[in-house]
Design a protein around this ligand. Sequence first.
Ligand SMILES: [Zn+2]
Length: 395
Amino acid sequence: MVDISRGSALGISGASELFQLLRDGAPRTRASLAQTTGLARSTIAARVDELMRLGLVTPVADAASTGGRPPSQFALNPAARIVLAADLGASHATIAVTDLAGTVLASRSEPMDIARGPETVLGWMVEAGLALVAELGRDRKELVAIGIGVPGPVEHSTGRPVNPPIMPGWDRFDVPGWVQQHLEVPVLVDNDVNIMALGERALAWPNVEHLVFVKVATGIGSGVISGGLLQRGAQGIAGDIGHVRVARGADVPCHCGNRGCLEALASGPAIARALREQGVDVQSGSDVVELVKRGDIDAIQAVRQAGRDIGEVLTACVSLVNPSVIAIGGSMARAGEHLIAGVREVVYTRSMPLATEHLAIVQSAAAANAAVLGASMLAIHHVLSPEGIDALAAR
Ligand SMILES: [Zn+2]
């Protein structure tokens, strides 16, 4: 239950707290809000007026009449403001403008090497984002936040990447501080797998409270949503499963300096390398996916084994967080059921029966859009929080 009785120095908190009940987008009447909250109808009316003044709620078609005057209904207005959502990958960058429901209004993707450094990449992001806002005919003042996903660990409290292996020049770089020199809005930064977990949940599993998203691509990582909340851990690297040791990998060296890491066995490049050692002509993870799609038996077996290796580590995750959904995404998930089958084979065999009774292990539904959608969610969650609404009112 949302505490809607608290006041604030700005005097708007009552409205921002009331707004939390309206975030789901369902239409409500003043009377139903008064009933839910126990507040006087005059108080509800004043707070609703405040939210209407901000444009955050809007009247909707009236409910069917039950005799007499039908009650006026209103709901969240997703068009009230816009946010920017950026997915900065190792070799590609995407920037999108979305409304407050996460609907993409415009987007742009370009090849972009993250190793060109923060000023170059973020400079492109800001410029392209503002160009999209202008193309949509929206006022820059309507832009209220930006969410950014990067391919490396991020200290969430400061938005700074920490020792990101494939992001030279980004270590401890103050991403929010730099972006705010150009955009005076809250800047939320997280690693790509965490935002993909948020995007996957928003698109395919909005009512699921316990979800693990696993990205299998050049690297392997996971984003953990538990109790409805993304779990970042103490330093922001919760879910970083790529360097957990798997039994089969005893002698396989990993770029992290250890041996036998999951990433050294089951990532796209690792599967390609194993196939090359068998004399198959493949250079990359995407070559492997193409071979699988053509029905190549060696490639199918290698992908299935990678699935088993991933399943070995996920079995421990299942015991720790007891998810009801494991969604497998990233470029190697395009190999389809063969990868998923390997994961299922091990997780369903090695987990306690109760943990897997209702556990779905599935391919990501959001696929390539998961990251942008998740970056948008990161920004929207911030904007629509009680503190975010207070800040909007004070602008
Ligand atoms: Zn490693």
